[in-house]
Ligand binder design. Structure first.
Ligand code: IVH
Length: 667
């Protein structure tokens, strides 16, 4: 394979992992393996500059910038640390430092690597003036109000010796206990769970409502003091001073004098960390003397005087019993590995999702293979590999099913995706049961008393074949079922009755229209007002709605184009379910742009393009797709296309910037 081909292959793989991690929140590779891929690509691009690409994932600086927060430049850029995964690599770091310091004596500070989200706090005259997230390393979001809710952070400094201009950096964390409490609460409310405390901490810090943040139980631990006039000439003493000023500094920071002591620190914390109340994903080693730090300096990305050592992910080897194929409410088939039970990070693992056909095939699973199960920083176990040496001699490769494991219907593949679905929407039991479970769920119609087992009973007895059948249930029909008493039946009927008052936007979500989630349902309901308008809305109208993209719009059209679905909706209407927003609901906010056609071009800072489209509509205007003599004005952001600009000039169409546009809106 040529370097060019390998580089392209690596970019494809890395981009796919990035997507799973950042977008789907569902990584399928360990940090270590991911770093290995990235390192290989970096090396390749260094050795063969001709294969480099400005859009290569190696040139992507991780960013957590969010709309809705003002941003600030960091006084000093927030760099990250180089990662190592073995004693040998730490040894090599030690030797590089030794060489760099030309034989000078040096001490190392050993610290925990806390697994949260980093924060920079600025204090002036002992008062907290600003808290900024890492962002892209150069600028971050100002989250001062949220940070102030963290009780362990001093708002004014205690003690003495703090510099008048102080910057201190640390990690915002959600302790395990709070993380579990938060996820339990989210599970109860049927909200998606956080994969790990890190995601929960960064998600919480970015909430727009500080009141909500204060309820989450965040904490913060500090590990880096910066300023022009620090009290001591070494990192360790400055950290201890910071502790005396009121900051939480880890009690496990240690001064280490030799590589041997570094090794002991690693050995101890490899298991010791499991008893800590907060998540850690490694250790950090820093040269203690600030003068020596200065001499060693920085590379473009990280300091030469510090290194992170990442703990190996916890993993175990266990035998595959069989692969099952599960059918979701939308008909999606998910392969699941069923395993010989194995203990991993304190819990017994028996099953792990294989996600889809591509991921399953990449593992090249054979019957009764020995599989590596990993937990890493994630809560959900993953299959990361197969021990091929232990493969049984005649083992057959595990094949993805071609027919629905439940109803036998031949599966169809969704175009452009790795997903297979069972198209038998109205006759496949797990799909029917899944839709009913969703329909009665707390965030949808909130019908109490119908749990998973009851749904199965209703479906298998044929009493309920679709969501509308729920409204034909009676106490008599329910008590005829095995194990259902009068009390339970009455409770269900009461729940069904109350569900008739559930607001329309939740009804839309309850219908299980493929790709239409909770937010999409709300936007649809609010923009179009009632079910008939949604059902008959043309594609162009649907994609104008915020959060409704082409795929969702097509899915909506397909859903309402289906006769069976229309009958179900009519029956729900007959049963008294809300099919419109309450009277008086107005989808328009003003008629500022009534009769006007506006074209949007470029990129914006205050709102996204889709939001601007929605704003235009909500104020009575129309979104035009190209500049013509019918265009009233162009809302132009940065980098507006030159062709559009020329055309606008030629036709005399006014070009208005973002601020001027926003100023046109009524308050
Ligand atoms: S020192 C210039 N110390 O790890 C060095 N970082 O990849 C600044 N982290 O962004 C970082 N625990 O969020 C340092 N004891 C510790 C740390 C730590 C966790 C995080 C931090 C940073 C990332 C580096």
């Amino acid at each position: 394979m040529s370097p060019q081909q390998r580089a392209e292959e690596l970019r494809r793989i890395i981009n796919a992992h990035n997507y799973r991690y950042y977008v789907l929140n569902d990584p399928t590779v360990s940090d270590r393996d991911f770093d290995r891929l990235l390192k290989e690509l970096e090396q390749l691009e260094k050795e063969h500059p001709e294969v480099d690409d400005p859009l290569s994932p190696t040139h992507r600086v991780g960013s957590d910038l969010t709309k809705g927060f003002e941003q600030a430049l960091h006084i000093r850029p927030m760099l990250s640390l180089g990662n190592t995964y073995s004693i040998e690599e730490v040894d090599a770091f030690f030797n590089r430092v030794k060489e760099g310091l030309e034989g000078e004596q040096f001490q190392i500070v050993g610290e925990m690597k806390f697994d949260g989200t980093s924060i920079s706090l600025i204090y002036e005259d002992g008062r907290l003036v600003r808290a900024v997230t890492r962002g892209d390393g150069t600028r971050g979001d100002i989250v001062t109000d949220n940070i102030k809710t963290i009780r362990s952070i001093p708002l004014t400094l205690q003690g003495e010796g703090w510099p008048r201009n102080l910057e201190i950096r640390g990690e915002v964390l959600l302790p395990w206990k709070e993380f579990e409490r938060l996820n339990a609460e989210r599970a109860f409310n049927e909200e998606p769970l956080f994969a790990n405390p890190r995601n929960a901490a960064s998600g919480t810090l970015k909430l727009l409502d500080p009141k909500e943040v204060s309820k989450r139980g965040l904490d913060a631990i500090f590990y880096y003091v910066l300023g022009d006039t620090l009290p001591y000439d070494n990192h360790y003493d400055n950290l201890m001073a910071a502790r005396s000023w009121g900051f939480k500094v880890s009690e496990h920071v240690r001064l280490l004098d030799s590589l041997e002591q570094v090794n002991e620190y690693i050995t101890y914390w490899d298991t010791g960390r499991k008893a800590l109340p907060v998540a850690t994903d490694g250790l950090v080693f820093k040269v203690n003397s600030l003068k020596q730090q200065l001499n060693l300096g920085f590379t473009a990305k990280s300091p030469r005087w510090a290194i992170a050592y990442k703990f190996p992910a916890e993993r175990a080897l266990t035998r595959l019993r069989y692969v099952s194929f599960e059918v979701g409410r939308m008909g999606l088939i998910t392969p699941v590995s069923n395993l010989e039970p194995v203990l991993l990070s304190g819990t017994v693992v028996k099953r792990a999702s294989l996600h889809n056909q591509d991921i399953m095939q990449r593992l090249d699973l054979h019957e009764h293979d020995m599989l590596w199960v990993e937990k890493g920083g994630e809560i959900i176990p993953k299959i990361t590999g197969v021990d091929e040496a232990q493969r049984l001699p005649d083992a057959q490769r595990v094949q993805f099913v071609t027919q629905c494991p439940s109803c036998g219907t031949p599966l169809v593949r969704i175009e452009g995706e790795a997903a297979w679905i069972c198209p038998n929407k109205s006759g496949c039991v797990p799909q029917i049961a899944g839709r009913i479970e969703h329909f009665v769920g707390r965030r949808m119609m909130n019908i109490e008393g119908i749990g998973e087992e009851m749904v199965m009973q209703l479906v298998t007895t044929g009493l309920v074949k679709d969501i509308a059948d729920i409204y034909d249930l009676t106490v008599e029909k329910l008590t005829a079922l095995e194990g259902v008493a009068d009390k339970g039946a009455n409770r269900i009927i009461k729940g069904i009755d109350e569900s008739r008052q559930v607001p329309f936007e939740r009804v839309v979500y309850a219908l299980s229209i493929p790709y239409v989630g909770e937010t999409g349902s709300k936007k649809l309901a609010r923009a179009l007002g009632d079910i008939d308008t949604i059902a008959t809305a043309p594609y162009e109208r649907l994609v104008e709605i915020e959060d409704i993209g082409p795929r969702i719009a097509e899915s909506i059209i397909q859903y309402f184009g289906n006769q069976e679905n229309r009958i179900i909706i009519d029956r729900l209407r007959q049963a008294g379910v809300q099919m419109a927003m309450p009277a008086g609901h107005d989808t328009s906010l003003s008629d500022t742009f009534a009769g006007k056609t506006i074209v949007i071009s470029g990129t914006f800072t205050h709102h996204s393009r889709d939001e601007y489209k929605a704003i235009i509509e909500a104020h009575g205007g129309k979104n035009g797709s190209s500049v013509s003599k019918n265009t009233d004005f162009i809302l132009a952001g940065d980098n507006m296309g030159p062709a559009k600009l020329q055309k606008a000039e030629k036709l005399g169409v006014p070009v208005i910037d973002e601020d001027a546009f926003l100023a046109m809106l009524p308050n």
